[in-house]
Each structure stands twice: as structure tokens, then as C-alpha cells.
Design a protein around this ligand. Sequence first.
Ligand code: TRP
Length: 360
Amino acid sequence: MQEMTYNTNSYDTAVEISKKIETDIVNNPSKYRVLTGDRPTGRLHIGHYFGSLQNRVRLSHLGVPTMILIADYQVLTDHDAYQEISQNTKQLVIDYLAAGIEPSENVIIYPHSYVPEANQLMIPFLTLVSNAELNRNPTVKEEIQSAGLKSVNAGMYTYPVHQAVDILFCKGNVVPVGKDQLPHLELTRTIARRFNEKFCTNCAPVFPEPQALLSKTPSIIGLDGTQKMSKSRGNAIMLCASEDETAALIKKAKTDTERFITYDPVNRPEVANLLMLISLCTEEEPEAIAAKIGNGGGGMLKNMLTEALNEKLRPLRTRRKQLEAEPAYIQQVLNDGSQRAREIAARTLDEVRSAMNMVI
Ligand code: TRP
């Protein structure tokens, strides 16, 4: 087996390919199948909304078949708190629907633990990668380090293979993700290629080699002005926050000592981040917003952001409240999605078993 390397040129290549897909997908939505996913570790925040949710809604409305997967098994790799998985799964569905995802035959939401036919692909896939390849996955290494794990379970090293299962069981060919997921996509392509080369000598290739669709939104910094927004860092505004909670959080956001507001991401990252958030809500350029505020200072900047964000999220939050009162509907969305995913997975598993010469 030829060993795969994680090469540093791959980011530029991924950006190029992503741009091409972005242009083509608008004109040829049916050529693509989007597969995206989140771990059910909590509710979503505005970083998720602007960074990925909005994009998923847009793609699904273009008519691209869109599979939204809830990676519940993956939670076990670095979290002990399995008690919260089902609750978090339902909250994720509520966030998706409130943001505008409309489940249908072609837009489905499901937890990957509900699709046994897909999970069965894990066994042949594991035979297509080496231990060395799994050990040097940079994202896995980073996660092990940042979670401060004392001992690392084998699920942690192998979840990228399971992610390949997530993507390939439905022959997903576009995966909207952030940069940190690129090594997993590279592994997914490797597995697809090796499977096709090894087992599809007498049949058509079973799997596509999926590509990343990289988000155009720059990663959103938290209200502390230093790190990426994340619930665990306590620097996030949750989608489910009330308008008053949103105002209080923004009031405490870090700015700087200079009164006159300018958009200068390099020298004034905190102020630039708040301007960028306003810009994401109002679709005005951040420079123009800064010019409007000028001497109004940090106070005016924060008031503007509070107003813009609360207004932008108002319909989502109203819908969110309604959905929280409809648990049977949420359950139904998950049941329908899981059933549809199982049908798709069963077909792929048949092809896979037949290619591997296991049908008697
Ligand atoms: N690994 C992703 C994360 O940590 C979640 C995930 C699991 C995923 N399976 C996926 C993302 C398939 C995209 C496609 O956030």
C-alpha cells in the first residue's frame, strides 16, 4: 500500500478546487451531493451560523441533495459525557431547522449511529489504511493535545476512517468544511481510491473522490477577541440566547483603547471582529460601517452590533422557540432522515459487498 502524506501544498489546491465547485454548483446542482456534519456536543453559536449553517441553507435551496449528519459516535472519542448526546442531538436539529434547513426527500438529517448499513463499511475501510497514516493525522494530533487526553482510545485514531464512511456511504462528493477537516477529506479520497483500485477491477468504481467546499466567511473570533468562537471557551453568543443576553454579552466584548473606530484586522483584531459581525448581519462593508461610527467609539460599535445581530436572528429565534415546543416533529425529522439514510446505505453496502466478492 502506498503511504499517504499530508502535504503542505494541499491547502492551496483545496482552495482552487473549492472555488471551481462554488461556481459550478450554482449551475449544476444535481451533479453534486453535499454531506456535512456536526458533533452533538452542544447548541450552535453565531460562529456556526455565519461560518457554515447559512451556507448549508443556501446549498440546499439551490437544489443540491444535502445530507446533514449528526456525528454522535464521534463524541465518544474525546468526551465522557455521553448522557447529553440525545439532548444535544435534538437541539442541533432545532438549530438547523430554525436556521432554514427544510427536510425533504433530498435534504435529510440523521445521527450516524442510526445507520448500521453505513457503519458496516468501517470494517473494509480500516483495512485500506495503515496505522502510520492514522497516527500522523495533524487534526487528530491537535485534538488530542487540546483536549489534554491522558490516554487516547483507538476510536480517536480511527474516527477519520469513520468520517470517510459518513461521506462515502451516500457517495457524497462535496463536503463544506473548515481548514481543520482537510486531512480527513484527504484520507477519505485515499480510501475511495484504494477501494476502487483494489476491488473494482471488474466493475465500475463504487466511490467518488470527494472535495472540500471551504467557507468564504473568515473564522469568527470570540468576544474575548483572541480565540476562535467556541462554547467551551465561554466567548460565544449562542443562537438560542435571548436579545437581552445577547446585549449583555456584547457589552462585555473586548475592544481597545482607541476611541475612533477603524477597520484594521491586523492591528485592531477585536474591533475588526465586531465590525465583521455587523457586516455579516447587514451585508455592508466593514470599512463603511467603521466610517459611520467613527468618533462614536466602542459604545456605539457595540450598540450597533447588538441591534444588527438581534434583528438578524429574530426570525430564527422565534422559530427556535416554536420548534422547542414540537418534540414530536423533531423526532419525526430524525426518523425520516435516518430511514432515508438507511435506504441509501443499504444500496451502497450491496455494491461494496458485491465488489469485494462476498455475495454468495
Ligand atoms: N469531524 C467533524 C467535526 O469534528 C464532524 C464530522 C463527522 C463530519 N463526520 C463528518 C464533518 C462528515 C463533515 C463530514 O466537526
